[in-house]
Design a protein around this ligand. Structure first.
Ligand SMILES: C[S@@+](CC[C@H](N)C(=O)[O-])C[C@H]1O[C@@H](n2cnc3c(N)ncnc32)[C@H](O)[C@@H]1O
Ligand code: SF4
Length: 375
């Protein structure tokens, strides 16, 4: 299985919490940047020679800002450079204010069959405080339009532990999605990222600092409410009704190869990670001149192992003892020894051949995984 990720680094406005790579002043060079994406595909095509691409993912930034001719340029590039004849899942991240009947028709005409909708919260106070570009009403309308369009495979993103979001409001957000029968829900714990407006506002005392206790309480609410409504928590932040797990994201967690196209996009192939330059004009210039526009890092065995532990433990399937023994025989003994405390303490359990985090372990997943790392 192989995937292609395409990063669209444009946003209408900057959400206060976000440190993904994007620009809000992109009109002057948007068409040039889109043309460069197709150029980059050509440069990377050799890496996927003979491979069937099964998933394509438009992420950002805000790919729902793309216009029809830009999609045409990108899909022509994909067809010319990769084997996409058997692609099964094509996802677009969309902001609610872009989900119009016209855009839905354009997306479907290009074979996009999955939408990841950034709702974050249905409460206006949260949307305003986080500087989202849309209203709650637009989020409701977007879901209704997606359902009417016939795209049945879609996801809604929520955040929890937002400063103004009470437990009752979180329950209400989740219940609304459940009532809409949204087939896939991602719920992220708000994190304060470096160089964001949110960090500055908290430092200045204008927004209340996050509370660890609230994060834990709200994470439990999410797991309980979705779990009791047939949503399977197949990864720490991802919940799906049966048959609606994201294929593309799963490939990140199972170390499958993927190529990232666009500024700031990452790739993973042949045990190597590549990181594209995260500056739009430099990206256009370097790709255009045929100069190096990405850095490559060969993963050491320890780095590969640590990533394997981190990503597998975040999944519901867990970390398979047999995979561990085949892939990392020399780390097996140390791993077993380090896990014993957590197995006794009830944060980790051993099912058949898999190590899995228990609900209590999930509350501190990244910490526990890091305890098993090789340094
Ligand atoms: C690539 S981002 C943005 C996609 C799209 N542009 C949007 O805003 O909906 C995907 C998701 O990451 C989550 N996210 C972004 N920054 C975050 C942060 N600081 N803490 C927690 N979740 C975050 C949001 O839920 C967002 O929808
Ligand atoms: S959350 Fe989405 S819309 Fe907001 S700034 Fe980040 S990428 Fe752009």
């Amino acid at each position: 299985m192989a995937g292609v990720y395409i990063h669209i680094p444009f946003c209408k406005q900057a959400c206060h919490y976000c440190n993904f790579h994007f620009s809000t002043t992109f009109e002057k060079y948007r068409s040039e940047l889109v043309a460069t994406l197709a150029q980059e595909m050509k440069l990377k095509s050799e890496l996927f020679k003979g491979k069937e691409v099964e998933t394509i993912y438009f992420g950002g930034g805000t790919p729902s800002l793309l216009i029809e001719e830009e999609f045409m340029t990108i899909f022509n590039g994909l067809k010319e450079s990769f084997n996409i004849g058997k692609v099964v899942e094509v996802t677009i991240e969309a902001n609610p204010d872009d989900v119009t009947v016209e855009n839905l028709a354009i997306w479907q005409s290009y074979g996009i069959n999955r939408i990841s909708l950034g709702v974050q919260s249905f409460f206006e106070d949260d949307l305003e405080q986080m500087n989202r570009s849309h209203s709650s009403e637009q989020a409701h309308n977007a879901i209704k339009r997606i359902k009417e369009s016939g795209i049945d495979n879609y996801s809604v993103d929520f955040m929890f532990a937002l400063p103004l979001l009470s437990n009752e409001q979180l329950e209400k957000n989740l219940q609304l999605a459940i009532d809409y029968k949204v087939p896939h829900i991602s719920c992220y714990n708000l994190t304060i990222k470096e160089q964001t407006a949110l960090m500055t506002l908290i430092k200045k005392g204008k927004i209340e600092d996050l509370s660890e206790e609230k994060s834990i309480q709200q994470f439990k609410i999410v797991m309980n409410r979705l779990g009791s409504n047939r949503y399977h928590q197949y990864e720490i932040s991802n919940y799906a009704l049966e048959g609606y797990q994201s294929m593309h994201n799963s490939s990140y967690w199972y170390q499958k190869p993927y190529l990232g196209i666009g500024p700031a996009a990452h790739s993973f192939y042949n045990s190597k990670r590549a990181f594209n330059i995260s500056n739009n004009s430099e990206y256009i210039k370097l790709v255009g001149e045929g100069k190096d526009y990405f850095e490559v890092e060969e993963l050491t065995e320890k780095e590969f192992f640590n990533e394997f532990v981190m990503t597998r433990l975040r999944t519901s399937k867990g970390l398979d003892r047999r995979d561990l023994e085949i892939l990392f025989p020399k780390f097996v003994d140390a791993f077993k020894e380090k896990t014993s405390n957590y197995l006794r303490g009830g944060q980790l359990a051993f099912f058949g051949d898999e190590y899995r985090l228990t609900p209590e372990g999930k509350l501190m997943a990244d910490y526990i995984a890091s305890e098993f790392f090789e340094v």
